[in-house]
Design a protein. Sequence first.
Length: 147
Amino acid sequence: MDITATLEKAKEQPNTTLAIPIRRSKSGVKQFYSMFKCQECGRCCTTFFEEIEFGKDEFNLIKKHLPQGGRSKFRKACKLYRTDANPCLFYSKKLGGCKIYKDRPLRCRTYPTGYTTREAPNNLAAHTGCPAACEVIKRAWEMKDLD
């Protein structure tokens, strides 16, 4: 598999997740994040491709960061696709990241890992909008090819 060409093609389509040859398990997640080196580029806050869902407990953590009357704006913002022009409500370009980092929703905490693909349902998958995830995908495939 030419992973470099696959990644380049995937980057042209903004909402792509690719399977990684790492098992979808607790040890697989640990392996992924041991290889993952965040580049603090903010792409996670500006390219999210899905609605961010959160439970009552998560919302209670987040609501303390909202201005008066900001709840409906936040719920609406969670349903929008992220773009450079429409980043997450809590994204700070000045900080280069999340203003509520320690209280961010679980989906944000687990980004860039994503839902598994049909082709590899037992493997982890990662969003190709994240440069650091692309590096992990590439390294994992290269290591697999050496086996």
